[in-house]
Design a protein around this ligand. Structure first.
Ligand SMILES: C[S@@+](CC[C@H](N)C(=O)[O-])C[C@H]1O[C@@H](n2cnc3c(N)ncnc32)[C@H](O)[C@@H]1O
Length: 256
């Protein structure tokens, strides 16, 4: 992600980074590329199974994985230079607690990066992704996993504005324009087939016949609608913030 690399190019090199809700570590690859010279990157997640898969992927001794809840980071105050959270905010039952932990653990002048797919201002093809994702979210919720609808751009900006961090940059990637250069409806149909198959398997695990029937009908509706449209990934929004130096707080609050 060249744009992130460019934004972070002026930061010191010997950084300690943390990726919250790391999953299989997809965003760790972005951090590795954007923070050349990093001292360590810790990926944390509440799922031990997924962390085991992530640990298999990375052979760099500076990268570690810890089974930890973002709501209760077992890390010291002001100890991490860069904290990232990628496509995880809409999975958190207690988002405020996770965000307050991030603010606590981040060093003054440290960087916080939010990366989230957004749900608004999407092309018709991208809306296919959004609609499928929202159905997945409903099913995950039904099976007891927190998975809300994805945020709009403004909702994400409002989340950042509610923090005591300074927003320093913001950009989008995976836009419709980027993807239309290599548009291939046959490939898109194959992706849709795979996704619909996985969703059907999940729906068939629902015990309640009425609810199962409702979701099978919703899936059929999506099948009919999306085959002719195709699918592109939803646009991702990246917001980069900086934790103010403690002196900045006293100045803005008239403390001096
Ligand atoms: C959709 S995945 C995102 C994975 C990765 N960050 C990416 O961008 O591909 C969301 C991850 O957040 C994890 N998660 C959910 N709640 C969490 C919490 N409270 N603390 C840490 N991880 C959490 C889930 O286990 C899941 O692996």
């Amino acid at each position: 992600m060249d744009k992130l690399k460019e934004i972070l190019s002026g930061e010191p090199k010997d950084l300690r980074a943390l990726d919250i809700g790391t999953g299989v570590g997809n965003f760790i690859e972005v951090l590795q590329d954007s923070l050349p010279g990093y001292i360590s990157i810790i990926g944390v997640d509440t799922s031990k199974e997924i962390l085991n898969i992530a640990a298999e992927r990375f052979k760099d001794g500076r990268i570690k994985f810890m089974h930890m809840d973002g709501e209760n980071l077992e890390l010291e105050n002001n100890s991490i230079d860069v904290i990232a959270i990628s496509n995880t905010l809409h999975h958190l039952p207690n988002r405020e607690k996770v965000l307050s932990e991030i603010e606590r653990v981040l060093k003054p002048k440290g960087i916080f990066i939010i990366n989230e797919m957004i749900s608004d201002n999407q092309s018709e093809k991208q809306l296919s992704h959004v609609k499928i994702h929202h159905l997945q979210g409903e099913l995950d919720t039904l099976f007891g996993m927190c998975h809300d609808r994805t945020f709009t751009e403004q909702e994400l900006i409002d989340i950042v504005d509610s923090l005591s961090l300074e927003k320093i940059d913001m950009f989008k990637y995976s836009t419709h324009e980027e993807q239309e250069k290599s548009e291939n409806l046959e490939e898109e149909k194959a992706i849709l087939d795979q996704v619909f198959q996985a969703l059907e398997l999940k729906i068939n695990k629902i015990n309640d016949m009425v609810i199962r029937g409702k979701y099978l009908k919703a899936l059929e509706g999506l099948r009919n609608e999306l085959y002719s449209v195709g699918i592109f990934s939803a646009t991702e929004l990246v917001i980069v913030c900086r934790k103010r130096h403690s002196l900045d707080f006293s100045l803005t609050e008239g403390g001096l």
